[in-house]
Write a protein that binds this ligand. Structure first.
Ligand SMILES: [Zn+2]
Length: 623
């Protein structure tokens, strides 16, 4: 555990608004007193992730993820609490206090810091080289591709000079273990020390969402070897998470609600220079689940500008289908003569590219156009093949109405000059489709994580709440529900504490989670200046380490407050809780009396008296 003092944590929390912090990861939309977006912790199409600025906490109705600004960063970025506090302190420009860390924390913290620092210094080194005589081939190449010096600086492009130069420049600053761990150097084949991974290449620094360098791509200009080479997988450079250009593109992606996916580094940089700034490149054209999630969090429409003829077709389509399945409007942009966006913009200009973006076709239409025969008079065999291929595409359309519309459209196109064929073709496609749909649900089951129906049914469009606000049926449920409402009221109106204590005593709740929350809240209020530094809920989180209790607290806090008269509502709850408590006590007393009677023992008169009084009270309250 880190040992920041309470005041420091509060300052860091107070100066990092949770909505701002989370907005860097999730596209949030304001809904009343909260912000709603797609959950970054589970896959979903309908937003169930809530961020409540008043309480400075988040809560997901789908997967129940919850917490404050610190836990968000810890979970999203896989940080320790310590690292999360440090990162947020930095973000807000708050200097860190000098304090003790465990040797283990200190070691891990220093190593990570050194790894980022080494990569940053390497990026500077390469960038600097570009403007020296040694880097002239690199600079000539980049200028020759139409980049301005400003763009070169913005993307920190560079030149890796002769083999061993980087290691020589960095070895006095960092131990070889660090440089090797971030993928900058490798041991020499002869076992004599280390040498550079990249040399005589144009260097493209690859950054994370916040702009820190995590790896490099290097392009060779002449000689043998692969044209492009990327940093190998490292603790910081995890390829399946990486989208080149994301930190430069994220704002524009959110603002336009549109992302453009391209293949190469230059395909990101050239459009950016031309003012098209919502462009990113996954490293490879087969999108991973993580990349899909990142894209989906920034934008709903995705324009794919891959070269669909060369990009490993099936894997690419599967990745794009994943995006489509996650609710994105995926469109395919095709450029003439297999040009890539970089080339296209250099020859035809940015306006022509923007025009192409507007003409991009929906993914399903693109796939259908490939499934249909290219000429007007297909043979019966070609027709049968097309029907099969078309069904293969349409099986991926989940919405039945949309699917039927496509079947109609495709049958018409296939029928061509002979409209009489259309009904037959429609039936043929439907037959294939039904066969595939049946098989599909048996063999590749849809995602059921978001609902609790059995297999065999398509996933419901949105997550269902596993704990819906049911109408309570028993007195126990009624009392439990009242406890929740009462706690919820007290979170908003701490002044109710006195009323609750006067009516129900110092231990008013039965549910163990509610008791912990109540106890923590009471302790908080007992402090001299309870409301200084952050909201009640945020501070309660700090005092309640048990994840189950935290879950209940966030669930509570996320419930809307509907009352206009909190005191009356509280009194109602107190009444229900007391009634339940009384009837439980009555049962207990009855039991004692029964046991005593069975054992032929004399019943304590105090028990009798209490029993009679309680029974009378409950009877009168019922009538
Ligand atoms: Zn979730």
């Amino acid at each position: 555990m880190a040992r920041f003092d309470e005041a420091f944590k509060e300052e860091v929390r107070a100066r990092n608004d949770i909505v701002e912090v989370i907005s860097a990861y999730v596209k949030l939309e304001r809904k009343g007193n909260r912000y709603v977006g797609l959950c970054p912790f589970h896959s979903e199409k309908t937003p169930s992730f809530h961020v409540v600025p008043d309480g400075q906490f988040y809560y997901c109705f789908g997967c129940k993820a919850s917490g404050d600004v610190f836990t968000f960063l810890m979970e999203r970025e896989h940080l320790t609490f310590y690292e999360a506090v440090v990162q947020l302190a930095k973000r807000a420009g708050i200097p860190l206090p000098r304090e003790e860390r465990t040797p283990e924390e200190e070691r891990a913290y220093r190593e990570r810091r050194d790894m980022y620092a080494a990569l940053d210094l390497a990026a500077r080194f390469y960038h600097h080289q570009l403007f020296t005589p040694a880097g002239k081939p690199g600079l000539d190449y980049l200028l020759g591709r139409g980049l301005t010096e400003e763009t070169i600086r913005r993307f920190r492009l560079g030149w890796a000079p002769g083999r061993g130069m980087l290691y020589r420049a960095l070895r006095d600053r960092f131990p070889p273990q660090i440089l090797q761990k971030v993928g900058l150097i490798v041991p020499r084949r002869d076992g004599q020390g280390f040498t550079d991974v990249f040399y005589e290449r144009v260097m493209f620094p690859i950054t994370d969402l916040s702009g820190r360098v995590i790896g490099f791509g290097g392009r060779i200009l002449s000689g043998d070897g692969a044209k492009y080479k990327n940093t190998a997988e490292t603790p910081l450079f995890v390829k399946r998470h990486v989208l080149f250009g994301l930190d430069q593109a994220k704002e524009e992606m959110r603002a336009r609600n549109q992302a453009i996916l391209v293949e190469g580094y230059m395909d990101v940089i050239t459009p950016h220079q031309a003012g098209i700034r919502n462009v990113v490149a996954p490293l490879g054209t087969a999108l991973t689940d993580e990349q899909c999630r990142i894209i989906r969090q920034q934008a709903q429409q995705v324009i794919v500008a891959f070269d669909m003829d060369t990009a490993g077709q099936l894997a690419t389509l599967r990745g794009l289908q994943k995006l489509y399945d996650s609710g994105c409007d995926v469109r395919v942009l095709q450029l003439p003569e297999g040009k890539d966006p970089d080339e296209f913009i250099r020859t035809h200009g940015a306006p022509a590219f923007v025009e192409r973006i507007e003409q991009a076709v929906p993914l399903i239409e693109f796939r259908l156009s490939r499934a249909l025969p290219s000429h007007r008079r297909p043979t019966p065999e070609e027709m049968a093949k097309a029907v099969e291929a078309v069904a293969q595409v349409l099986v991926d359309v989940r919405n039945e109405v949309v699917r039927e519309a496509y079947v109609d459209q495709v049958a018409e196109r296939l029928a061509g000059d002979d409209p009489l064929l259309k009904p037959d073709l429609k039936r043929a496609i439907d037959r294939q489709l039904n066969r595939l749909l049946r098989r599909g649900f048996q063999h590749n089951l849809p995602d059921f994580r978001n609902n609790n129906r059995g297999p065999g049914l398509p996933a419901s469009p949105g997550p269902t709440r596993p704990r819906p606000v049911d109408v309570p049926v028993t007195m126990a449920e009624l009392a439990h529900r009242s406890e929740r409402i009462l706690l919820r009221l007290m979170l908003e109106h701490p002044g109710l504490l006195r009323l609750v204590e006067a009516e129900l005593g110092e231990d008013p709740f039965a549910d163990p989670c509610h008791r912990q929350i109540y106890a923590a809240g009471r302790a908080l209020l007992a402090e001299a200046d309870p409301l200084a530094g952050g909201s009640v809920i945020a501070r309660l989180f700090d005092r309640l380490p048990d994840p189950e209790v935290r879950r209940v607290l966030s669930e509570l806090a996320a419930e809307p407050m509907l009352t206009t008269d909190p005191e009356k509502e509280a009194a109602d709850c107190i009444e229900k809780i007391r009634k339940h408590r009384d009837s439980r006590r009555l049962e207990e007393l009855e039991n004692q009396i029964r046991v005593a009677a069975a054992a032929k023992q004399r019943v304590d008169p105090a028990i009798w008296n209490e029993y009679v009084a309680l029974a009378r009270k409950l009877k009168s309250s019922r009538s």
